[in-house]
Design a protein around this ligand. Structure first.
Ligand code: ZDP
Length: 287
Protein backbone atom coordinates (compact mmCIF):
# COMPACT_ATOMS: atom_id res chain seq x y z
CA UNK A 1 0.00 0.00 0.00
CA UNK A 2 1.34 3.39 -0.93
CA UNK A 3 1.44 6.01 1.78
CA UNK A 4 1.90 9.71 1.13
CA UNK A 5 4.00 11.74 3.48
CA UNK A 6 5.26 15.29 3.85
CA UNK A 7 8.50 16.22 5.51
CA UNK A 8 8.54 19.26 7.86
CA UNK A 9 11.01 20.67 10.31
CA UNK A 10 10.97 23.06 13.25
CA UNK A 11 14.48 24.50 13.64
CA UNK A 12 15.98 21.35 12.13
CA UNK A 13 14.01 19.01 14.43
CA UNK A 14 12.54 17.07 11.50
CA UNK A 15 9.44 14.96 11.10
CA UNK A 16 7.59 12.80 8.60
CA UNK A 17 3.92 13.90 8.65
CA UNK A 18 1.18 11.45 7.68
CA UNK A 19 -2.41 12.40 6.87
CA UNK A 20 -4.14 9.85 9.10
CA UNK A 21 -7.54 11.59 9.25
CA UNK A 22 -9.36 8.59 7.75
CA UNK A 23 -8.75 6.26 10.70
CA UNK A 24 -8.21 6.53 14.43
CA UNK A 25 -5.13 4.26 14.55
CA UNK A 26 -1.75 5.20 12.99
CA UNK A 27 -1.33 3.64 9.54
CA UNK A 28 2.27 2.69 10.38
CA UNK A 29 3.67 0.50 13.12
CA UNK A 30 6.46 1.79 15.39
CA UNK A 31 8.80 -0.61 13.58
CA UNK A 32 7.92 0.90 10.18
CA UNK A 33 8.45 4.37 11.65
CA UNK A 34 11.97 3.38 12.72
CA UNK A 35 12.77 2.36 9.12
CA UNK A 36 11.43 5.60 7.65
CA UNK A 37 13.35 7.73 10.16
CA UNK A 38 16.71 6.09 9.32
CA UNK A 39 18.90 8.79 7.81
CA UNK A 40 20.83 6.58 5.40
CA UNK A 41 18.39 3.79 4.64
CA UNK A 42 15.10 5.68 4.88
CA UNK A 43 13.59 9.15 4.48
CA UNK A 44 15.40 10.47 7.54
CA UNK A 45 13.68 12.16 10.51
CA UNK A 46 13.64 12.53 14.28
CA UNK A 47 10.11 11.11 14.37
CA UNK A 48 6.89 10.27 12.53
CA UNK A 49 3.75 12.29 13.31
CA UNK A 50 0.19 11.21 12.54
CA UNK A 51 -2.66 13.69 12.02
CA UNK A 52 -5.62 11.74 13.40
CA UNK A 53 -9.33 12.54 13.86
CA UNK A 54 -10.27 14.68 16.87
CA UNK A 55 -11.03 13.29 20.31
CA UNK A 56 -12.73 14.76 23.41
CA UNK A 57 -13.85 17.87 21.53
CA UNK A 58 -10.55 18.55 19.78
CA UNK A 59 -10.23 19.33 16.05
CA UNK A 60 -7.58 16.67 15.49
CA UNK A 61 -5.32 14.35 17.45
CA UNK A 62 -1.56 13.98 17.26
CA UNK A 63 0.42 10.84 17.82
CA UNK A 64 4.14 10.58 17.34
CA UNK A 65 6.73 7.83 17.22
CA UNK A 66 10.35 8.71 18.02
CA UNK A 67 13.06 7.52 15.63
CA UNK A 68 13.63 4.51 17.94
CA UNK A 69 9.93 3.56 17.75
CA UNK A 70 8.99 4.66 21.28
CA UNK A 71 5.93 6.87 21.69
CA UNK A 72 6.27 10.18 23.55
CA UNK A 73 3.30 11.96 25.10
CA UNK A 74 4.05 15.30 23.45
CA UNK A 75 6.30 17.05 20.99
CA UNK A 76 6.61 20.84 20.86
CA UNK A 77 8.34 21.30 17.52
CA UNK A 78 6.21 18.51 16.12
CA UNK A 79 2.92 20.15 17.01
CA UNK A 80 3.97 23.34 15.20
CA UNK A 81 4.69 21.18 12.14
CA UNK A 82 1.35 19.43 12.57
CA UNK A 83 -0.53 22.76 12.60
CA UNK A 84 1.23 23.82 9.40
CA UNK A 85 0.55 20.41 7.84
CA UNK A 86 -3.18 20.62 8.62
CA UNK A 87 -3.35 24.11 7.15
CA UNK A 88 -1.51 22.93 4.02
CA UNK A 89 -4.00 20.07 3.70
CA UNK A 90 -6.84 22.59 3.88
CA UNK A 91 -8.10 20.86 7.03
CA UNK A 92 -10.35 23.25 8.94
CA UNK A 93 -10.24 23.67 12.73
CA UNK A 94 -13.86 22.54 12.96
CA UNK A 95 -14.35 22.85 16.69
CA UNK A 96 -12.74 26.22 17.37
CA UNK A 97 -14.59 28.62 15.03
CA UNK A 98 -15.05 31.31 17.67
CA UNK A 99 -11.33 31.95 18.00
CA UNK A 100 -10.43 32.31 14.32
CA UNK A 101 -9.39 35.71 13.00
CA UNK A 102 -8.19 36.89 9.62
CA UNK A 103 -4.52 36.68 10.55
CA UNK A 104 -4.44 33.62 12.76
CA UNK A 105 -5.91 30.12 12.91
CA UNK A 106 -6.19 28.06 16.09
CA UNK A 107 -6.29 24.28 16.24
CA UNK A 108 -7.31 22.26 19.28
CA UNK A 109 -5.11 19.18 19.23
CA UNK A 110 -5.58 16.16 21.46
CA UNK A 111 -2.25 14.62 22.56
CA UNK A 112 -1.27 12.00 25.14
CA UNK A 113 -0.28 15.02 27.28
CA UNK A 114 -3.75 16.60 27.05
CA UNK A 115 -5.17 19.36 24.85
CA UNK A 116 -2.56 21.56 23.14
CA UNK A 117 -3.52 24.64 21.11
CA UNK A 118 -1.24 25.85 18.31
CA UNK A 119 -2.00 29.19 16.66
CA UNK A 120 -0.89 29.60 13.07
CA UNK A 121 0.03 33.19 12.37
CA UNK A 122 0.02 35.13 9.14
CA UNK A 123 3.80 35.71 9.45
CA UNK A 124 4.39 31.94 9.31
CA UNK A 125 5.31 31.61 12.99
CA UNK A 126 3.35 29.19 15.15
CA UNK A 127 2.55 30.10 18.76
CA UNK A 128 1.56 27.15 20.92
CA UNK A 129 -0.27 27.04 24.23
CA UNK A 130 1.76 24.18 25.73
CA UNK A 131 -0.24 23.91 28.96
CA UNK A 132 1.14 23.97 32.48
CA UNK A 133 4.38 22.29 33.59
CA UNK A 134 4.23 19.45 36.11
CA UNK A 135 6.89 19.54 38.79
CA UNK A 136 6.37 16.76 41.32
CA UNK A 137 8.78 13.83 41.17
CA UNK A 138 5.94 11.33 40.72
CA UNK A 139 4.65 13.36 37.75
CA UNK A 140 8.02 13.49 35.89
CA UNK A 141 8.41 10.53 36.70
CA UNK A 142 11.60 10.19 38.72
CA UNK A 143 12.58 8.42 41.92
CA UNK A 144 15.35 10.96 42.63
CA UNK A 145 13.32 12.35 45.58
CA UNK A 146 10.02 11.35 47.23
CA UNK A 147 7.07 11.49 44.81
CA UNK A 148 5.34 14.55 46.33
CA UNK A 149 8.45 16.76 46.16
CA UNK A 150 9.85 18.96 43.40
CA UNK A 151 13.23 18.09 41.95
CA UNK A 152 15.27 21.28 42.05
CA UNK A 153 19.03 20.98 41.61
CA UNK A 154 19.29 17.53 43.11
CA UNK A 155 22.68 15.84 42.77
CA UNK A 156 22.84 12.90 40.37
CA UNK A 157 25.98 10.87 39.84
CA UNK A 158 26.76 10.21 36.16
CA UNK A 159 30.06 9.41 34.44
CA UNK A 160 31.96 9.89 37.70
CA UNK A 161 30.58 13.38 38.23
CA UNK A 162 27.84 14.88 40.38
CA UNK A 163 25.34 16.88 38.27
CA UNK A 164 22.68 19.16 39.77
CA UNK A 165 19.46 18.25 37.98
CA UNK A 166 16.07 19.98 37.88
CA UNK A 167 13.13 17.95 36.56
CA UNK A 168 10.10 19.28 34.67
CA UNK A 169 7.36 17.44 32.80
CA UNK A 170 5.72 19.08 29.79
CA UNK A 171 3.68 15.91 29.44
CA UNK A 172 6.99 14.23 28.62
CA UNK A 173 9.91 14.01 31.06
CA UNK A 174 12.79 16.49 31.09
CA UNK A 175 15.92 16.72 33.19
CA UNK A 176 17.73 20.08 33.07
CA UNK A 177 21.31 20.83 34.04
CA UNK A 178 22.78 24.34 34.13
CA UNK A 179 26.35 24.52 32.87
CA UNK A 180 28.91 27.27 32.20
CA UNK A 181 29.57 26.21 28.62
CA UNK A 182 27.13 24.03 26.65
CA UNK A 183 29.67 23.59 23.85
CA UNK A 184 31.96 21.67 26.21
CA UNK A 185 29.39 18.97 27.06
CA UNK A 186 30.14 15.53 25.52
CA UNK A 187 26.46 14.98 24.66
CA UNK A 188 26.85 11.68 22.79
CA UNK A 189 28.71 10.18 25.73
CA UNK A 190 26.69 11.34 28.72
CA UNK A 191 23.28 11.88 27.06
CA UNK A 192 22.46 8.16 26.93
CA UNK A 193 23.53 7.75 30.56
CA UNK A 194 20.97 10.33 31.68
CA UNK A 195 18.32 8.89 29.33
CA UNK A 196 18.65 5.37 30.70
CA UNK A 197 19.47 6.13 34.36
CA UNK A 198 17.31 3.98 36.69
CA UNK A 199 15.97 7.05 38.56
CA UNK A 200 13.93 7.79 35.38
CA UNK A 201 11.49 4.86 34.97
CA UNK A 202 10.15 6.24 31.64
CA UNK A 203 13.64 7.38 30.57
CA UNK A 204 14.15 11.12 30.11
CA UNK A 205 14.98 13.94 27.73
CA UNK A 206 18.05 15.83 28.96
CA UNK A 207 18.84 19.52 28.42
CA UNK A 208 22.13 21.25 29.14
CA UNK A 209 21.50 24.96 29.55
CA UNK A 210 23.79 27.97 29.64
CA UNK A 211 22.32 31.25 30.89
CA UNK A 212 23.57 34.05 28.64
CA UNK A 213 21.31 36.77 30.04
CA UNK A 214 18.13 36.83 32.13
CA UNK A 215 16.14 36.69 28.89
CA UNK A 216 18.42 34.47 26.79
CA UNK A 217 19.27 30.81 27.30
CA UNK A 218 21.44 28.55 25.19
CA UNK A 219 20.55 24.88 25.20
CA UNK A 220 21.66 21.53 23.84
CA UNK A 221 19.45 18.48 24.07
CA UNK A 222 19.74 14.72 24.21
CA UNK A 223 16.26 13.43 23.42
CA UNK A 224 14.73 10.29 24.74
CA UNK A 225 14.32 7.92 21.81
CA UNK A 226 15.93 10.26 19.27
CA UNK A 227 19.38 11.24 20.59
CA UNK A 228 21.03 14.59 19.86
CA UNK A 229 18.58 16.72 17.88
CA UNK A 230 18.85 20.28 16.57
CA UNK A 231 15.92 21.48 18.65
CA UNK A 232 13.31 20.40 21.18
CA UNK A 233 10.22 22.49 21.87
CA UNK A 234 9.09 20.78 25.05
CA UNK A 235 12.76 20.87 26.19
CA UNK A 236 12.99 24.63 25.60
CA UNK A 237 9.82 25.13 27.69
CA UNK A 238 11.10 22.84 30.45
CA UNK A 239 14.46 24.66 30.48
CA UNK A 240 12.82 28.05 30.89
CA UNK A 241 10.70 26.72 33.76
CA UNK A 242 13.82 25.29 35.45
CA UNK A 243 15.67 28.60 34.97
CA UNK A 244 12.77 30.59 36.48
CA UNK A 245 12.40 28.18 39.42
CA UNK A 246 16.09 28.53 40.24
CA UNK A 247 16.05 32.34 39.89
CA UNK A 248 18.23 32.38 36.79
CA UNK A 249 15.96 34.05 34.25
CA UNK A 250 12.79 36.02 33.54
CA UNK A 251 9.47 34.44 32.56
CA UNK A 252 9.92 35.52 28.94
CA UNK A 253 13.11 34.51 27.17
CA UNK A 254 14.70 33.45 23.91
CA UNK A 255 16.01 29.89 23.94
CA UNK A 256 18.80 29.31 21.42
CA UNK A 257 19.12 25.72 20.19
CA UNK A 258 21.59 24.33 17.64
CA UNK A 259 18.88 24.74 14.93
CA UNK A 260 17.79 28.29 15.87
CA UNK A 261 15.75 30.23 18.41
CA UNK A 262 12.39 29.77 20.11
CA UNK A 263 10.55 32.42 22.17
CA UNK A 264 9.24 30.92 25.39
CA UNK A 265 6.94 32.58 27.90
CA UNK A 266 5.75 31.16 31.22
CA UNK A 267 2.72 33.36 31.73
CA UNK A 268 2.34 34.79 35.24
CA UNK A 269 -1.37 35.26 34.51
CA UNK A 270 -2.40 31.68 33.72
CA UNK A 271 0.82 29.74 34.57
CA UNK A 272 0.81 28.24 31.06
CA UNK A 273 3.77 27.97 28.70
CA UNK A 274 3.63 29.70 25.32
CA UNK A 275 6.16 28.69 22.68
CA UNK A 276 6.64 30.60 19.43
CA UNK A 277 8.71 29.35 16.52
CA UNK A 278 8.78 28.31 12.87
CA UNK A 279 7.46 25.22 11.09
CA UNK A 280 8.71 24.61 7.57
CA UNK A 281 7.52 22.28 4.83
CA UNK A 282 10.47 20.61 3.08
CA UNK A 283 9.16 18.08 0.53
CA UNK A 284 6.53 15.45 -0.05
CA UNK A 285 6.66 11.93 -1.37
CA UNK A 286 5.12 8.51 -1.48
CA UNK A 287 6.40 5.23 -0.10
O1 ZDP B 1 9.82 12.82 24.98
C1 ZDP B 1 10.40 12.33 24.02
O2 ZDP B 1 10.55 11.10 23.91
C2 ZDP B 1 10.90 13.27 22.93
N1 ZDP B 1 11.89 12.63 22.11
C3 ZDP B 1 9.71 13.70 22.11
C4 ZDP B 1 10.02 14.72 21.07
C5 ZDP B 1 10.17 16.11 21.67
C6 ZDP B 1 10.48 17.14 20.62
N2 ZDP B 1 11.86 17.26 20.32
C7 ZDP B 1 9.93 18.50 21.00
O3 ZDP B 1 10.14 19.42 20.21
O4 ZDP B 1 9.26 18.67 22.00
C8 ZDP B 1 9.89 16.79 19.34
Amino acid sequence: MAIEFTKYHGLGNDFILIDNRASSEPVLTPKEAVKLCARHFGIGADGVIFALPGKNGSDYSMRIFNSDGSEPEMCGNGIRCLAKFLADLGAPPANTPQKQTSDSVYYKIHTLAGMIVPQLRADGQVRVDMGTPRLLAAEIPTTLVAGEHQVIEEPLEIAGKSWLVTCVSMGNPHCIIFVDDVAAIPLEVIGPQFEHHPVFPKRTNTEFVQVIRRNYLKMRVWERGAGATLACGTGACASLVAAVLTGRCDRLATVELPGGCLEIEWSATDERLYMTGPAVRVFEGRI
